[in-house]
Design a protein around this ligand. Structure first.
Ligand code: LMR
Length: 349
């Protein structure tokens, strides 16, 4: 009887030992490049949250970045993209980044004015006449100073992505002249300069999160808004508006931001891979923005669903002049350094 028991115990011990023998014999070196096998804890997971649709320049660039990084790191780095404000909305994503709940965001630069108020130079109407001018400005000493100042808020700007130039829409009347904006209630992003842009014309600016714009327009708490064409169509904003003016009056772009502490904690080879991939994606995103904005304008022209008006070059010059007091306001608050570096004030030598 006891012989049977001893034999049973012996068999059980043997059966338990086999998986351990097998496991110990599989060393990590056996699957160094098969990171798909690893659990989330073993991979490097970067959570990237943003508020716009998938088919916008930002939405597409975020996905492209995630794909390239996965491929180049053989699956070791996983960028999880959360779009449409599904994870965190406008007012929430910055706090989530600083808590470390997410590691990457790409807010519109206007939304960074709360932290670095002088970054509102990007909001000055007609500060830039082309996207190339924006890219050029960011590379100047003044542009780089602004980028550096984000670091004091634990933000590391690794890339600049475009959304394009903003256009104005509303439901009350066509905007042909800046006086047509008077008394309109307009949704804006949180920025002093944007607030002044509308209040100086006698309009009523109201700040709302991007994800609230459709509802607020529908409820009638605002008459109109300004945004890029891809944002206007992807959120179906144009279905609630009767008039759209192609004014190209202000730049909308994003600094792609890492939590700086998280960035500093990364290995050098990971930093290099991410930096190089961002450089490539940035080039791609800039081209994509141009293409998508052209296609979207075509789509709006063809739909016949909104009355379109284009400002002429002379109109735009007139509008630019009308906004000069905003430049003085900016200078009074933040000095000449940044304004003087704008490409439009550089004389060709
Ligand atoms: C907005 O709030 O209108 C934009 O910032 C949305 C975006 O991220 O493009």
């Amino acid at each position: 009887m006891w012989m049977k028991r001893v034999l049973g115990i012996f068999i059980l011990c043997f059966l338990f030992t086999i998986p351990w023998i097998l496991l110990v014999s599989i060393q990590p070196e056996d699957y160094p490049y098969d990171y798909e096998q690893l659990s989330e804890n073993e991979r490097l997971v970067i959570r990237f949250s943003h508020v716009v649709g998938e088919d916008t320049p930002k939405g597409m660039a975020a996905r492209k970045f995630a794909e390239l990084v996965k491929e180049r790191s053989n699956g070791y780095i996983e960028v999880q993209v959360f779009s449409n404000g599904n994870l965190y909305k406008d007012g929430e994503e910055m706090n989530a980044l600083s808590r470390g709940d997410i590691q990457l965001i790409a807010p519109a630069i206007s939304k960074l004015t709360e932290y670095v108020p002088e970054i509102s130079i990007f909001d000055l109407p007609y500060a830039f006449h082309s996207l190339d001018e924006v890219h050029e400005f960011v590379e100047t000493k003044a542009g780089q100073t602004l980028v550096e100042r984000l670091k004091a808020h634990n933000l590391y700007a690794i890339s600049l992505w475009d959304s394009g130039f903003k256009q104005m829409s509303n439901r009350i009347r066509p905007i042909h002249h800046y006086d047509d904006i008077k008394r309109l209630t307009m949704r804006i992003m949180p920025s002093d300069i944007l607030e002044k842009q509308f209040s100086s014309l006698g309009a009523f600016p109201k700040k709302y999160d991007f994800n609230a714009v459709y509802n607020e327009l529908q409820k009638g708490s605002v008459d109109g808004q300004e945004n890029t064409l891809t944002n206007i169509t992807s959120k179906n904003i144009y279905s609630l508006q009767d008039y759209l003016t192609i004014s190209n009056h202000g730049y909308l772009g994003y600094f792609v931001l890492f939590n700086l502490d998280f960035w500093n904690s990364l290995d050098e080879d990971v930093k290099q891979l991410l930096t190089e991939t961002f450089q490539e994606v940035q080039e791609w995103e800039w081209k994509l923005t141009n293409q998508l904005n052209k296609e979207t304008l075509q789509k709006i022209e063809n739909c016949g669903c909104i009355e379109l008006h284009y400002l002429s070059q002379e109109d735009m010059l007139e509008w630019e002049k009308r906004f000069e007091p905003l430049y003085n306001y900016y200078k009074q608050n933040y000095g000449d350094e940044f304004i003087n570096a704008l490409p439009k004030y550089q004389t060709d030598t």
